[in-house]
Each structure stands twice: as C-alpha cells, then as structure tokens.
Design a protein around this ligand. Structure first.
Ligand SMILES: [Fe+2]
Length: 270
C-alpha cells in the first residue's frame, strides 16, 4: 500500500499557523511515503517566505518533492524576475526544478510549468512533453505513474478555462497513451478529480487529474475550505486499487478530516 500526500498552494506569507499545525498532525498520522508540493509555495517568492516554507517542510515526516508555481517567481522585483527568477526557490528547495521519485509502487515525474516570461499562465513545451512521455513508457506495470505540476489541465468551471496549462492539448493525450495514471496540480484553489483521455478520446485509454485546494493560505476560493489530497494506491498481481481522498480543514474541530473519496479505475496500455 502506497500513501502519498499532495499539498498545494500554501502561499507562505499568507499561511495560517493553526492550519499548519493541523496539517502536520495529519501528515504524522497518515505517514505518507512521499509528500508532493505542487507549487505556489510562497505568496511573492521572497527569501523570508521560502525560509518559512522550508521550516515547515523540515517538520514533515517524509521526503518532499516540489515544483514551482507562478507565485514562486518574483512579481515586482523585475531584476530578479529577469536574471535569477528561481534564486530564492532554489535556495530553499534545491537546484533541480524537475526532480523524480521512484519506488516499487510509485513513479512521480515533476514538471516546471511556471514561466518568468508570463504573468500567471503556465506552459509545457515539446521537450518536456517528450521527456515525460519517454519516462512514463519505461515505468514498471505495478507502479502508479504520476505527473506533478502546478497548472490545471482540465477545467471544471467555465471561469477556469483561461487558467489551463498552455500546451495541454498536445501533452495530455500523449502522456495518457504513454501510461500516465494520475496528473496532480493546483493553481485555482479548487479541488476536483476528472478523467483524462488519450488520442483516441473516450474509446481509448483513460488517465486522471486531481486538483488540490490551497492547503494553508487565507486565499481560499469562496466557500471552499483549505484542503489537501491523500492518494492511496495498491497493486496486487496486476490489479490496481487507487483512490484520491480529499481532506478538508474543519475550523470547528481544528483538524483536517476526510471530505470526499474518488475511486480511480487504473488500466495499463494494451
Ligand atoms: Fe495559488
């Protein structure tokens, strides 16, 4: 059994200490194999905000993989944005913006979709699409094959169509056909799980995308509490069991509690 915790959009600088405490408690109780931080780690990419994020991460009970979001590049410091956009990020999270994690039951591929040349939009380029597809195609059959990045690839709300990852039309079908099971993202602070399709559409192979809400920030979307995703996977003799549990922060109890479970059908390319 593999358990993975997705924490997205904490926006350090706007983090809430009581929610941080509750999230640390959840992480310690659930003991995930790895924790995935899907961008917008800080509010304004300041050194002090990354330092606060690094202090929080150092208290988590598992290895942490991170990717930058649009907020992790300086917005107002145009010199830093042009010359060293990831300087503060790298000081806290290391030089590799696209790390990889692999174990017997899990493959996680990180993708940097933030772009200093864009304001808030994210983008995937041809080199990234090909690299990830090639790596997916070499995954072992028992592994849950995940991609983590910041921007959504499917919108549930009309208002979020403008937030979709630029290049998703090329990337998603290519990755699903290469074996992608689950792509996780954040950015819009709205949690949901939706299917993804390969080049053959509804009749072909299916993958999934899980969006996460903001884990710690006051920047919640109207009526949507802070939340995280717990991804639980098990493979027995080629049969995959996978679910995405959304855990919401419930203020009255000062705890993260299970709020919704999506069961994913996982298939392997023929
Ligand atoms: Fe965000």
């Amino acid at each position: 059994m593999t358990c993975v915790l997705q924490i997205s959009d904490p926006h350090f600088g706007t983090e809430q200490p009581h929610v941080m405490r509750a999230l640390l408690q959840l992480a310690r109780e659930q003991q995930p194999e790895v924790i995935l931080l899907t961008g917008d780690i800080t509010q304004r990419a300041r050194r002090s905000q990354f330092a606060a994020a690094a202090r929080f991460v150092s208290q988590l009970p598992a290895p942490v993989l991170a990717v930058p979001g649009n907020h992790d590049i300086p917005l107002f410091n145009l010199g830093a944005r042009a010359l060293n956009p990831y300087g503060n990020y790298k000081r806290a999270f290391g030089n590799n913006l696209e790390p990889e994690y692999e174990s017997d039951g899990l493959l996680v591929l990180c993708l940097n979709t933030s772009r200093p040349s864009r304001h808030k939009d994210g983008e995937v380029n041809r080199t990234q699409i090909a690299r990830v597809a090639e790596r997916l195609s070499r995954a072992r059959p028992d592994q849950l094959r995940m991609i983590m990045q910041h921007h959504p690839v499917r919108a549930r709300e009309q208002a979020d169509l403008s937030n979709l990852l630029i290049g998703h039309e090329q990337a998603v079908p290519t990755w699903v056909d290469a074996g992608l099971d689950l792509l996780i993202g954040g950015h819009i602070h709205l949690p949901y799980v939706w299917p993804l399709h390969g080049h053959q559409g509804e009749s072909g192979r299916r993958g999934w995308t899980a969006q996460a809400g903001t884990a710690l920030s006051t920047r919640v979307r109207a009526g949507i509490p802070n939340s995280v995703n717990l991804i639980v996977h098990h493979c027995d003799q080629g049969a995959h069991d996978c679910r995405v549990e959304r855990w919401d922060y419930i203020a009255e109890q000062d705890l993260f509690l299970p709020a919704h479970i999506n069961t994913l059908v996982i298939s392997r390319p023929g």
